[in-house]
Design a protein around this ligand. Structure first.
Ligand code: NAD
Length: 276
């Protein structure tokens, strides 16, 4: 595995195993610089959402990077109040315009809004049929949401992006996704920084000469999970990519597996406050 390694989705499209997450990047210059730096270092994927308010900057940074558009995997998401069939198609058009692109690599339902998530996914299937997106997917879908989609879908979701880190390992969902060929992407792969003081993780890092963040990101990779850590700091963007030159032993993987607390730093998809 190296920085250009990909996971092959069910339709053969290759999704980079490491991407830059850009949630809470609201400062224009900071966002442009972070993405530019990540692409220079060798990242080939950016994860945004209409909610993040930075699709314009993501598109601009990519266009000015000197890297071919086809070589970068761009993901965005439809926000909750834009869900439903027609509204999703309209929201997609707005996102595409803001990004100033002709197609996207992956479009996701951001959260499974109970009344509309099935229709939202139907619109995503249509975008795929029209070749406006290279892959379909969802985010924050529990197994029961996926079951509903799979019962009706012509094209099964290729990706599910959910909160995963050592304190929330999502093993049951992961097994279900593996069984149905749905690639799992970890959001908050570092637990928003909340797992980086863990003594076990720090100790493993010390033994390997790696930081806690690098140990955690490597653990995800060895579990087959796609990761999108967020940072605006050039040194951390680099640090988070220096995870391809070492390997965790089986014993270290077992130690990390024992840290699961089923603890969320974000919201539970079943208790999300959709009406704010
Ligand atoms: P994260 O786990 O990536 O952690 C980010 C935090 O960790 C930041 O405060 C950053 O400064 C710090 N950090 C990053 N690298 C570090 C390092 N090497 N050492 C120490 N600290 C470091 O959390 P996140 O931003 O919540 O998640 C990553 C991405 O996932 C987001 O940017 C977004 O793209 C996506 N996301 C998606 C959803 C969703 O609902 N689909 C929700 C949250 C996040």
């Amino acid at each position: 595995m190296n920085l250009q390694s990909t996971k092959v989705l069910t339709n053969g499209v290759e999704m980079p195993r490491l991407g830059l997450g850009v949630y809470k990047m609201t400062e224009r210059e900071e966002t442009l610089q972070a993405i530019d730096h990540a692409l220079k270092v060798g990242y080939r994927a950016v994860d945004t959402a209409s909610l993040y308010g930075n699709e314009v900057e993501v598109g601009e940074a990519i266009r000015h990077s000197g890297v071919n558009r086809e070589d970068i995997f761009v993901t965005t998401k439809v926000w909750n109040n834009d869900q439903g069939y027609d509204a999703t198609l309209r929201a997609f058009e707005v996102s595409l315009k803001k990004l100033n692109m002709e197609y996207l690599d992956l479009y996701l339902t951001h959260w499974a809004v109970p009344q509309t998530f099935e229709e939202t996914y139907r619109a995503i299937e249509r975008l795929y049929d029209e070749k406006l997106i290279r892959a379909t997917g969802v985010s924050n879908h529990h197994e029961h949401h996926l079951q509903k989609l799979l019962a009706k879908a012509n094209i099964a979701p290729m990706v599910n992006q959910v909160e995963v880190h050592p304190y929330l390992q999502q093993n049951t969902l992961k097994t279900y996704c593996t069984k149905h060929d749905i690639a799992l992407t970890a959001w908050s792969p570092l637990g928003r920084g909340g797992v980086l003081d863990d003594p076990t993780i720090l100790e493993i890092g010390q033994d390997l000469g790696k930081t806690a963040a690098q140990v955690v990101l490597r653990w995800h990779l060895q579990n087959g999970t796609i990761i999108i850590p967020k940072s605006v700091s050039p040194s951390r963007i680099e640090e988070n990519a220096q995870i391809f030159d070492f390997e965790l032993t089986q014993a270290q993987m077992t130690q990390l597996a024992s840290l699961n607390l089923n603890k969320r730093f974000g919201q539970d998809p079943d208790n999300f406050k959709f009406d704010f």
